[in-house]
Write a protein that binds this ligand. Sequence first.
Ligand SMILES: Cc1ncc(C[n+]2csc(CCOP(=O)(O)OP(=O)(O)O)c2C)c(N)n1
Ligand SMILES: [Mg+2]
Length: 687
Amino acid sequence: MSKEVGIEFDEAKQKELSVPLGQRELHPSVGKYVAEVLREQEVTVAFGVPGGHVWHFIDAISRIGIKTITFCHEQNSVYAAEGYSQVTQKPAVAYGTVGPGAGNAFSAVQQAWLSNSPIIYLAGGHEVEHDGLYNTIQESYAHRFFEHVTKWSPRVIYPWQVKQFLTRGFKIATTSPRAPVALELGIDLLFSKDDEMRENYWGKFFPANMDYKPSWRGEQTTEPLSSVADPQEVARAAQTLVDAEKPFALIGDFAAWDKAGKELEELFTLMKIPFTSRRLGRGVVSENHSNYHRGFPRFRPEIDLVVSAGVKVGFFDGFGAKWPETLQIASAQEHVWTYLDTTEVLLGNIKMSVAALVDYIKANNLQAKVSPARQEWLERVQKSQGEAITVRKDRAYKYGPDHPRYKAGNQMHYGYMSQIIREVNEEVYDSAVRVMIDGYTMSDFVMPYLHFTRPASCLTANDQAGVGHGVGQAIGAAIGDLENGSRVPQLALLGDSGMMNAGWDISVAVDYKLPIVYLVTNNGGWMPGMKYAYYGPNWDVLGPQDRYGAEWMGVKMQGQERPREGIDFTQFASSIGAQSMRCTSNASFREDLKRAYSMAEKDGPVIMDCIMDRHLCNQAITSPAYALMYVHIPYDEMPQRGKAARRKMLTQWLPGLENEPEAPEWDSWEPLSEEEMGYAPTEEWMK
Ligand SMILES: Cc1ncc(C[n+]2csc(CCOP(=O)(O)OP(=O)(O)O)c2C)c(N)n1
Ligand SMILES: [Mg+2]
């Protein structure tokens, strides 16, 4: 979908020179990035005054064929941009240097702000290292003072931010309420050679400009987003839904806020679209619906259209890096993502947009035009969902009461526990229990098992990912439900550290006898399983004073673990007047949970102190994110799992890793053991 917008620069010819391109000059320089985005946005003229800090991008703008109109005073250049924009209805670009340039432009940008004119102001900036010394030339903080008179005014630090930020700037400036946007493009950008700098930064881990898509809306890239889904857009979106062979929809948080469940359900049913949902979006359309699939299906690469309804497409989606073309249905321009290949955007209240879409489809009988292959696609997804439920259940039961490790009944498996939660919630409450996802290791196991039938069933910390939030969220959710006359208990899933972090406020739930089950998956620490991948059997990577067995000020250290029995949450419960139980056995967990629910309904909060197999940890520890977070540890000091993760994920960045041996595949449901580290735990509680 993207069109070629490369700056004219005869690279082949340059390579023939005795001194290669990039060694006699900075190439590519950040100015090229600026120019390419302006070209892509179909900018034809730019107004401004040059200066030392901005020549690099002004020259590039000119070299790409955009007319630069040079003024004597920056104020007039911005006024000119405003006039141009009001006449053409296009966003207009103005530029000026650091300090006096940006200062002189301020008054005119303020005017554009009051007139709602979409100006993209490109300001120069001084070098970051001299911040606050007032001893460098033209020190100024345009991003700060433009903050008051623009909708957005970031200080851009890294070259690879430029394309994404500038593209986003155009979207923001041109979406109602229209307004100026200013980017402070500091001089550091020019001197940071993108490729080289990135290698020491995110490496080649995230490709440069990964959150930028050239011409992200195809032919419509330069069209402002209309703040209400326009009938033509609705018609085109409907046609997209007819034409797609293998569409798949996602329901996100904002569909919940806009109460779009009924309309989305009708759309998916009518057009035979399978769907999944996320976070607050879960249960917006009941997961009992036959088109529901938990997460993307395994054959996800075949999907040719994603319908995204109110979804935050961010970190946890790899910023949509592998998504096909997307129909974006969003309630605000902030949630329209310029880094997705977008067929259409329907902007405005999601319920209204989807209602318009459904009306249009019905009025034109488009549901009849969907190809028969769609039915096959839907059935394939349905089959995948049915199979996945069985596979998950079988897997969970394998680690149930009959598993040799759990027969003794002194610890439990996260996976088995997850399946039982699903079953009990279904049996006793018809899956109407709201669940707070706080415990970190638990979240990795439990998510595919949870099943929801009504909106706001799945409460999480969203992108904040802070532990301890479940304590308060459950209290608020319980009060909300009580106001509506429901005593269906809340289930807050917490780790032991989450409890240590925020547990005291359960006393508030006690005061109000709120029906909450606080289920603590107690594994003795802040993700103690990290030692198997990164720290070593004795937390060896830490300083000698912190390692397991070290003595410090007469006290024996135990790495970053604590004995589960050492923190007894039943005693904690009695100290605040909460009910409690200690659960150690897979065999009795089902009855324990039912009992906890009924106690909570009757007499208020119950803390279930569940002793988990501490040798289990989340699969994520060998993911790219963790490999990256632990890239500081010397390779030789890491245990096998950490080495394997780094070798697998970061070879592109650290090419020497290729020569290191690979480790066998790891199944996160199988407990890791000290055996593979050649170490036998000495303490009973660690075994
Ligand atoms: C308030 C807060 N501090 C630190 C973190 C970083 N962090 C994320 S998960 C985690 C471990 C959580 O331990 P626990 O609650 O016991 O859950 P576990 O994974 O051990 O089951 C940490 C330290 C965080 N997310 N929030
Ligand atoms: Mg823990």
